[in-house]
Design a protein around this ligand. Structure first.
Ligand code: GDP
Ligand code: MG
Length: 174
């Protein structure tokens, strides 16, 4: 019915990960279909939102960006508290950003346990000289019960489909 298609879900999705892994770029690629020209380390926390159509429903995704700097880690608990999904991002050309995912995940688990959809995003797959393989990312995601996606914010690869898939997961079984 017409009523059914007007069902309107809203989800808060928080982005976490080291500085310069591409969190802001992924969000900007999804929302504006382009990425910012210059790297601007995010100050504090900000969000953008976008509506998409999935499964004959309109879904509003509210995307919360963060800075990866140490001084902002104290902010994590407050903004992760009422989130529906935590998106942990790393840069496939930088091994340390993958190693540090463990710590970021710990912050999320401390605050929310498994009461939040956990997502792992491997960004910058356009870079040929990878330091972290697909297999390593997938293995970690499987062990930690996280969804796993590989994207390039720079080229736009898999970005729209990742958010669409995420929205479907958040809507849950039909
Ligand atoms: P944030 O600190 O996690 O928000 O990272 P930014 O979005 O500011 O990106 C950091 C740098 O990585 C910028 O110079 C971006 O242009 C670059 N970058 C982001 N995504 C990609 C990507 O998919 N591929 C490549 N090659 N560079 C990217
Ligand atoms: Mg940023």
């Amino acid at each position: 019915s017409a009523n059914k298609s007007k069902a309107f879900a809203k989800f808060k999705i928080v982005f976490i990960g080291n500085q310069a892994v591409g969190k802001t770029s992924i969000i900007a690629r999804f929302v504006y279909e382009q990425i910012p020209q210059q790297h601007q380390p995010t100050i504090g926390i900000d969000f953008l939102s976008k509506c998409i159509q999935v499964d004959n429903k309109t879904v509003r995704l509210q995307l919360w960006d963060t800075a990866g700097q140490e001084r902002f880690r104290s902010l994590i608990p407050s903004y992760i508290r009422d989130s529906h999904a935590a998106v942990l991002c790393y840069d496939v050309s930088n091994a340390q950003t993958f190693i540090d995912i463990k710590q970021w995940l710990e912050y999320v688990r401390e605050e929310r346990g498994s009461d939040v959809l956990g997502v792992l995003i491997a960004n910058k797959i356009d870079i040929e000289d990878r330091a972290v393989t697909t297999e390593e990312g997938e293995k970690f995601a499987k062990e930690q019960d996280l969804l796993y996606y590989e994207v390039s914010a720079k080229e736009g690869t898999n970005v729209q489909s990742t958010f669409k898939n995420l929205a479907l997961k958040l809507l849950g079984p039909i």
